[in-house]
Design a protein around this ligand. Structure first.
Ligand code: ADP
Ligand code: MG
Length: 233
């Protein structure tokens, strides 16, 4: 589903290029559940932003579902982002004046979906994260874990094939983190491909494969027993 070939990313400070990703080569298969780990500053978020088509690499190729997205810009890249990718951030990024259902429906407004269908699809997504009964609540009436589940529902509402999450449990306590990880597990079991960043080993244990970055390169890539290609539902 994902092929990264020698992905490079430099940030430019004035005329000086600062290399952050120094040649990442990685394949991720459909329905895999991958944890991305590594020290702070190793390039995890930079790589996630490229995977999520929020940013483009400065070198190498990124093939997503058969399309070379590394050369795409602006509207084409936005189209891929809006139709194929769901993104969950550490900061929950919910709009506090809106209810859970209204927050979940936001991407559908941008996609021009009718109101009736928006309501149906946002309820369906909230149902997937076990929060259908909280649909009319605003963020100040929800716990941190519930807010993150709303953010996951919002990321799922467009039925993306790829769900990305950058430190989704970074602001949650251990018990709540486990709840959130169980939801990612269910989403993967339902057929999605999940890639998430964490710096907690306990959290990474929920994934089937752990890729560690160090200084802009893949340091280790460890497949665990419980997932085999083609075994997904
Ligand atoms: P991680 O998520 O693993 O902590 P990041 O991908 O956020 O790492 O950052 C990797 C390196 O790139 C860091 O040294 C960081 O300071 C630098 N960096 C990240 N984003 C930018 C940016 N927009 N402009 C310049 N440097 C950046
Ligand atoms: Mg980061």
């Amino acid at each position: 589903m994902i092929r990264l070939e020698d992905i490079q990313k430099s940030y430019f400070m004035g005329t000086q290029a600062i290399p952050v990703l120094k040649g990442i080569t990685l394949d991720i298969f459909k329905n895999e559940y991958v944890a991305l780990m590594g020290p702070s500053g190793s390039g995890k978020s930079t790589l996630m932003n490229i995977l999520g088509c929020l940013d483009s690499p400065t070198g190498g190729r990124y093939i997503l579902n058969g399309k070379d997205v590394s050369k795409m810009v602006d509207d084409d890249l936005a189209e891929v982002r809006n139709t194929e990718i769901g993104f969950v951030f550490q900061q929950f990024n919910l709009l506090p004046r809106l209810t859970a259902a209204e927050n979940v429906a936001l991407p559908l407004i941008y996609a021009g979906v009718s109101k009736k269908e928006r309501i149906e699809r946002s309820m369906e997504a909230l149902h997937k994260v076990g929060l259908a009964e909280r649909s009319h609540h605003k963020s100040n009436e929800l716990s941190g874990g519930q807010i993150q589940r709303v953010a996951i529902a919002r990321a799922l509402v467009n039925n993306p094939s790829l769900l990305l999450a950058d430190e989704p449990t970074g602001n949650l306590d251990t018990k709540t983190s486990v709840e959130v990880m169980e939801i990612f597990g269910k989403i993967q079991e339902a057929g999605n491909t999940v890639v998430l960043v964490t710096h907690e080993e306990d959290i990474a244990n929920y994934a089937h494969r752990v890729v560690r970055l160090r200084d802009g390169l893949v340091e280790t890539d460890t497949q665990k027993s419980s997932w085999q290609m083609g075994a997904g539902k």
